[in-house]
Ligand binder design. Structure first.
Ligand code: BJW
Length: 354
C-alpha cells in the first residue's frame, strides 16, 4: 500500500527527507497554551547568552514583550508582512538555507537558477516536481490562517510572500492583499521567457508529465524515496521528454517561479512601491525569512518611517544581523511562526479556529 494520506506525512518527512533536505525537519504544528508560549518565549530569550559586548548589539527594551506588541498592533493601521520559507516549515515544507538545505546533495539555491535549468532541465524539473507534490500533500498551518484572518479584518494589510507553495492561497488569504514575489510552483511558463509570454495558472497535475512520475511516488513509512537518495542513480531525463510550450512551440515548459538573476514581475513591484509610498506603514511583520534575498530582504528597512514603523520579526533564531538592525519600538519573537502568529495577532483576529 502506498502512503499518501496526511496522517502518514510525518513519517515521510522525518523518515525519508531529513537526511537529504535536513531543514525539512520541523515539528508539525502543535497546540500549546498561551501561557506555555509566553513562558517559552521568555525562557528561550533569557537563557540564551547573546554576545552583547558592543553597544549596537543591545536589544531594545521590551523587544519580546507580547503586551507591548499587542498595544502597537491595536494602534497600527497600515501593516506590511514579508514572509519566507520558515512560515511553511510547520506544514512540513523545507527551508532553503541553514543546516541542510540539500536536495540529493545539491544546494536548493543552486537548483533555483536559469543556468541549472539550461544545463539539465530534467533534473531541475524533478526537484520542482517533487516540491509540487509535497506542497499538494501538506496543509496550510495556523500561521497562514492567522495572516489570512488579519487581511480579512484589516483592508490596509498587505502580505508579500516569497513562498511558492500556494499555502497562503489555500488558507484563503484575499488575493488583493497578497503578492507572490517569487511566483508559484503551480504556474507554468515557457523557458523562452521573456520572448515568449506563455503562462498557465494553477496547473496542479501530479505528476506534471509522465517523465517526472518518480517525483510523485510515495513509499511506506520508514522507507527512503529513491528520488531523495543521492546513492540511487537517476535516469537522465532528456529535454525532449518534457512538454513543449504550446504557444511558441520551441521553448520547454518550466515552473513559473523566479530564479536568481531573473526579474520579478514589474507591475507587481510597482504596485508594492505605490502601496509603501502611499502613507506611513505602522508595522512590518518579517516572518520566517533569512532576509538575504533581494528585493524581499530590503522592504522592511525601506518602509521605516522615522520612529513610526515597528519592525516585528518572527523567526526560529535571532541572528547577529537582525540584532544589529533592531531599533527602539521593534520586536523580535523567537519560535515557530505557526504557533506565534495566531497568538500575536489575536487582539485583531480573535481566537483562531482551524
Ligand atoms: C522559521 C521556522 C519556523 C525556519 N518559524 N521561522 C541587492 C543586493 C545584492 C544582491 C541582489 C540585490 N538585488 C538583487 C540581487 C541578486 C539576487 C539576490 O538577492 N541575491 C542575494 C542572495 C544576495 N536577487 C535576485 O536575483 C532576484 N532578482 C532580481 O532582483 O532581479 C533584478 C536583478 C538581478 C541581478 C542583479 C540585480 C538585480 C530574484 C530572487 C529570486 C529568489 N528565488 C528563490 C527561488 C524561488 C523558486 C523556488 O522556490 O525554488 O526564492 S531563492 C530562495 O530564497 C527562494 C526563497 O523565496 C528565497 C528566500 O529564502 P527564505 O524564504 O528567506 O528562506 P531561508 O531558508 O533562507 O530562511 C528561512 C528562515 O526561516 C530562516 O531564517 C529560519 O531561521 C526561519 N525558520 N523555521 C519561523 N518554524
Amino acid at each position: 500500500m502506498k502512503c499518501r494520506t496526511l496522517n502518514t506525512l510525518p513519517h515521510r518527512i522525518f523518515g525519508q527527507i531529513s537526511c537529504h533536505f535536513t531543514s525539512f525537519v520541523q515539528p508539525p504544528a502543535v497546540h500549546i497554551s498561551s501561557k506555555a508560549i509566553r513562558h517559552n518565549i521568555q525562557t528561550r530569550c533569557l537563557s540564551t547568552s547573546w554576545p552583547w559586548s558592543s553597544k549596537s548589539m543591545v536589544l531594545p527594551k521590551g523587544y519580546n514583550s507580547i503586551p507591548a506588541f499587542h498595544k502597537k498592533l491595536l494602534e497600527s493601521k497600515r501593516i506590511l508582512a514579508v514572509c519566507g520559507a520558515g512560515l511553511s516549515a510547520a506544514s512540513g515544507l523545507p527551508t532553503f538555507r541553514g543546516a541542510g538545505g540539500l536536495w540529493r546533495n545539491h544546494n536548493a539555491t543552486d537548483l533555483a537558477t536559469p543556468d541549472a535549468f539550461e544545463d539539465d532541465p530534467g533534473f531541475v524539473w524533478l526537484f520542482y516536481a517533487y516540491r509540487r507534490h509535497m506542497a499538494l500533500t501538506v496543509k496550510p498551518n495556523p500561521g497562514h490562517y492567522a495572516l489570512a484572518a488579519l487581511a480579512e479584518k484589516n483592508p490596509d494589510f498587505l502580505c508579500l510572500s516569497q513562498n511558492v507553495d500556494n499555502l497562503h492561497v489555500r488558507a484563503k488569504h484575499p488575493p488583493s492583499q497578497l503578492r507572490l514575489l517569487h511566483g508559484s510552483l503551480f504556474d507554468i511558463k515557457c523557458s523562452n521567457t521573456p520572448k515568449c509570454e506563455y503562462i498557465e495558472r494553477n496547473n496542479t497535475a501530479d505528476p506534471f508529465c509522465p517523465a517526472l512520475s518518480a517525483a510523485s511516488e510515495d513509499v511506506e513509512p520508514g522507507q527512503t524515496l529513491p528520488l531523495l537518495d543521492p546513492k540511487h542513480e537517476l535516469a537522465h531525463i532528456p529535454a525532449s521528454e518534457l512538454p513543449k510550450c504550446p504557444e511558441c512551440k520551441t521553448g520547454i515548459q518550466r515552473p513559473g517561479v523566479v530564479w536568481f538573476y531573473e526579474p520579478l514581475d514589474k507591475d507587481m513591484l510597482d504596485e508594492i512601491e505605490a502601496w509603501i509610498n502611499e502613507d506611513v506603514v505602522d508595522m512590518v511583520l518579517v516572518v520566517g525569512t533569512s532576509s538575504v534575498v533581494h528585493p524581499a530582504a530590503g522592504y522592511a528597512e525601506r518602509t521605516r518611517t522615522k520612529g513610526k514603523t515597528s519592525i516585528v520579526t518572527v523567526n526560529m533564531e535571532l541572528d547577529t544581523q537582525s540584532k544589529r538592525k533592531m531599533r527602539e519600538g521593534d520586536f523580535f519573537f523567537i519560535g515557530d511562526a505557526a504557533v506565534l502568529l495566531p497568538q500575536l495577532l489575536e487582539p485583531v483576529i480573535g481566537k483562531l479556529e482551524v
